[in-house]
Write a protein of this length. Structure first.
Length: 308
């Protein structure tokens, strides 16, 4: 079983419009509603790949009820903890003329001390039997900034490999707790290390405590610093579409490779192919399966140097 954590879950709304123009009214041509938040996107992709997947985190209010109803229609097992405050919504507006996406994210409910304690208890119970755990996304109001570091330590104590995908101070503190893998993007890496060169920043991030660092370079693919070496993985060509959730699909690919114990180049190939196939899908948490299978043989992985 793979466990995913989404402390700031959401109901994702995707609006498709012929063209997005500021200060104008728009006729929406399509509305798609899905359970969201980074960890839930990861969980849905993992389930589509055939992995037994459990999702925990928080959900509350009428929006949370909608989210749980939608999640029940997927193979992902719901182990979310109830909150008094309502789950947030996120809105992605896709300009179908250009493929550009505008994202609007609500902050999420304030989580109280008793709710955090209930979550910690649930998380600790779920670690028993987990092959790996992913800690994903932003922290909702009320959760202390060292929450991910706390959860990384709990996973390590239980002997469960842990992946961390967050940003800012939660990333800085979480990486010091020595997760097995972190997956920041280039901007998050630069903020963490002060280095703008992706290779240097990836190396420096690994020196801060993570066993491995995989940096997302957007349409250019992934850069990985691991105990076995340094690799760069790239799709055969830029992919146009909705990039929302592409990074979450990359996380799913990395986790899938971890539990399958595949070599790093194969893990990166899987992650890049899933990410690109997600751009071709209309919503986050899903991927274009024929495109994914076709891309697996076309992703280019090159070795950048020895482990260090």
């Amino acid at each position: 079983m793979i466990l995913t954590v989404t402390l700031n879950t959401a109901v994702d709304l995707t609006y498709r419009v012929p063209a997005l123009t500021p200060h104008a009214s728009h006729r929406v041509t399509q509305v798609i509603e899905r359970p969201g938040g980074k960890g839930l996107n990861v969980a849905r992709v993992l389930a589509a790949l055939g992995h037994e997947t459990v999702a925990t985190g928080f959900a509350g209010g009428a929006t949370g009820a909608v989210l749980r109803e939608q999640l029940a229609a997927t193979p992902v097992r719901d182990e979310l903890v109830e909150t008094e405050g309502p789950t947030r919504r996120t809105v992605a507006i896709v300009d179908t003329a250009t493929g550009d996406t505008t994202q609007l994210n609500e902050p999420g409910p304030s989580v109280g001390a008793a709710e955090w304690t209930a979550f910690r208890t649930r998380f600790t119970e779920l670690l028993d039997g987990a092959a790996a755990v992913a800690l994903c996304g932003s922290l909702p109001p009320g959760i202390h900034v060292g929450a991910y570091a706390e959860l990384v330590r709990l996973a390590r104590t239980a002997g469960v490999p842990v992946l961390l995908d967050t940003s800012g101070e939660p990333l800085r503190r979480g990486i010091a707790a020595r997760p097995d893998l972190v997956k920041p993007n280039a901007d998050e890496l630069a903020q963490l290390t002060g280095a703008r060169d992706p290779l240097r920043a990836t190396r420096e991030a690994r020196g801060r405590g993570a066993r491995a660092v995989v940096s997302s370079l957007g349409p250019e693919g992934l850069l990985a610093a691991t105990p076995e070496g340094l690799w760069r993985a790239a799709p055969p060509a830029p992919v146009k579409g909705n990039p929302t959730g592409a990074g979450d699909s990359a996380v799913a690919g990395l986790l899938s490779g971890l539990v399958d114990d595949t070599p790093w180049p194969d893990r990166l190939t899987r992650a890049v192919a899933l990410s690109a196939a997600t751009v071709l899908s209309p919503v986050a948490g899903e991927f274009d399966r024929p495109a994914y299978e076709e891309l697996l043989s076309r992703v280019k992985v090159t070795e950048e140097g020895a482990a260090g």
